[in-house]
Design a protein around this ligand. Structure first.
Ligand code: PEP
Ligand code: MG
Length: 566
């Protein structure tokens, strides 16, 4: 067994590992605690060796038949998953159907069969590997996650092809009596995940895998703890070992002693009870005891997180950090590509609110093509609306894309790092120009799209009475507001202990902002990390916030908390 360098482990894990078990570390993928025996997934034995065929055309027809059958199977899987995982998750199987219909994929397989006079199984395997490599090499994490999908659908086609020849050997897990199993494998396909028998498989370990894959999203939705990317530490010598999986910490304890098991059983009882209680709040409105409605939204870093938003039961997106689009691009992203991202996000949210922050480039988020000069203090340098107002052509491209997408959902926009009335007026002016252009081009957009600003500098909070009449809402960014109010660099771990969002100065600015928003008849939310602090929710409610936007994983917990507050 490969033991990991224990210096990589947190102090608690180190202590547990030293005294009570061997600890293996991976990436936390789905929270929760599981106990069981490791069982490696045995897949079909190498069916894809190359065989020369006499009649390539007949082989192409075999492939076509298998592809049609696989598409039909995926349709059944979609229907079966609707109940288990909900529409937003089940849709992956419709996407898989589309993958099997992709002309490029189909054509490459057919061409290989003909040019190499080879069997269909081999051709499917070769092309699937080629596509998976192409996806894995992409910069975009979402596209990297698609590598698992193309391998998954291709494996299905190969299985159908083999079944045509009478070879069937379903995936197998070694059983250990009636003991719960911890499934171990290199990577798990979404279709394999969804077909797991939850009564038998209580945890998942993979040596590879991406935290954004559908497998991980499904594992979370199904409540199965998972640790992924364990590398060589996960090898077959673990077969049959009794382990504890701590999904939140990304740790697997091998052969834990009684004391560690007792500790984890106690934790599991508490967590299960809490989760069951939180589930009661799913599908409910967020209201205080006195019935005051609070809008509970989620923060996301990219459009791929929208699956998580829906799974979390958030009522919308309160902060979409659009700069990720710029960070993933090699040059300024054009209007059309941005429009597609925003439109898809708006459509995927199916009527829920979507507040997109215009790009907050600069400080720790830079892209080479912006050619920003070296700055001593970039957090206080050329960033966000300062760049946008200095380069209106770049800004207008984003605004036109956002406005166009506003025709497809309940989309609002907000401007970050505001410090003055002139900046807000400048942003709104360019926005009005973009609207005029779209009107004269006959391109539809929401004429009443809400426009707000982030309050994340002390200056903005202090003049919030002057800013409120200009906009439809405020969203308070407590991360930057704390940094700038207390003169503490949020990036510098050494001064981390001074970064105190509960400081009276910050609270006073919060109060001032909320009061000024309300006296001018606009709503106000909080989207910094402070919003997710359960111990502070009572204060936010007391101060009068109308909206709270947090990481998807905190949504149900906060809804439950708010329900206990007057
Ligand atoms: C904030 O500053 O609180 C905020 C939400 O924005 P970011 O963390 O992206 O700077
Ligand atoms: Mg900020």
């Amino acid at each position: 067994m490969t033991e990991q360098n224990t210096s990589e482990l947190s102090p608690t894990i180190q202590a547990n590992a030293a005294a009570h078990a061997v600890a293996l570390l991976g990436t936390p993928a789905s929270r929760g605690i599981a106990f069981g025996r490791v069982s490696f997934l045995k897949r079909q034995a190498a069916p894809e060796e190359k065989i020369t065929v006499n009649d390539a055309q007949a082989e192409v027809e075999r492939f076509t038949k298998a592809r049609t059958e696989a598409i039909a199977q995926l349709g059944q899987l979609y229907e079966a998953s609707l109940e288990k995982l909900g529409e937003q998750n089940a849709v992956i199987f419709q996407i898989h159907q589309m993958m099997l219909d992709d002309p490029d994929y189909v054509e490459q397989i057919e061409r290989l069969i003909v040019t190499e006079q080879c069997n269909a199984e081999y051709a499917v395997d070769q092309v699937a590997t080629r596509f998976a490599q192409m996806f894995s090499n992409m910069d975009n994490e979402y596209m990297q996650g698609r590598a698992a999908d193309v391998l998954d659908v291709s494996r299905r086609v190969v299985q159908v092809l083999l079944a045509q020849k009478g070879i069937t050997s379903p995936h197998q897990l070694k059983k250990y009596g009636n003991e719960p199993l911890i499934l171990a494998t290199d990577d798990l396909a979404p279709s394999e995940t969804v077909q797991l028998d939850k009564d038998q498989v209580v945890g998942i370990l993979t040596s590879a895998g991406s935290a954004r894959s559908h497998t991980v999203i499904f594992a979370r939705t199904m409540g199965i703890p998972a640790v992924i990317s364990m590398g060589d530490a996960l090898n077959e010598s673990l077969e049959g070992q009794w382990v504890i999986v701590d999904g939140a910490a990304g740790v697997v304890y091998i052969d834990p002693d009684d004391e560690l098991q007792r500790h984890y059983r106690e934790r599991k009882r508490t967590e299960d009870a809490l989760r069951a209680r939180l589930e009661l709040f799913r599908g409910k409105e967020t209201r205080t005891l006195s019935g005051r409605r609070i809008h509970l939204y989620a923060n996301i870093g990219s459009s791929e997180d929208i699956d998580l938003v829906k799974a979390s039961d958030a009522e919308g997106v309160g902060l979409f950090r659009s700069e990720y689009i710029y960070l993933h691009a090699k040059d300024y992203p054009d209007e059309e590509s941005q429009f597609k991202v925003y439109r898809e996000a708006a459509q995927d949210l199916e009527g829920r609110k979507l507040i997109i922050r215009t790009m907050d480039i600069g400080a720790d988020k830079t892209a080479d093509y912006f050619m920003l000069k070296h700055e001593e203090n970039p957090a206080m340098g050329m960033r966000a609306v300062r760049i946008c107002l200095a380069h209106p052509e770049i800004f207008k491209t984003q605004l036109r894309a956002l406005l166009r997408a506003s025709a497809y959902g309940d989309l609002a926009i907000m401007f970050p790092m505001i410090t003055s009335v002139d900046e807000v007026k400048g942003c709104l002016k360019i926005c009005a120009e973009a609207e005029d252009e779209l009107r004269s081009e006959g391109i539809p957009f929401n004429e009443h799209m809400e426009k707000g600003i982030m309050i994340e500098t002390p200056a903005a909070a202090l003049i919030s009475d002057e800013l409120a009449p200009l906009v439809d809402f405020f969203s308070i960014g407590t991360n930057d507001l704390t940094q700038f109010t207390l003169a503490v660099d949020r990036q510098n771990a050494e001064v981390g202990r001074f970064l105190n969002p509960y400081h009276h100065a910050v609270i006073r600015l919060l109060k001032m902002t909320i009061d000024n928003a309300h006296s001018h008849g606009i709503w106000v939310g909080v989207c910094g990390e402070l919003a997710a602090d359960e111990g502070f929710t009572h204060k936010l409610i007391e101060l009068g916030v109308d909206e709270i936007s947090v990481a998807p994983s905190s949504v149900l917990m906060l809804r439950a908390r708010i329900a206990t507050l007057a």
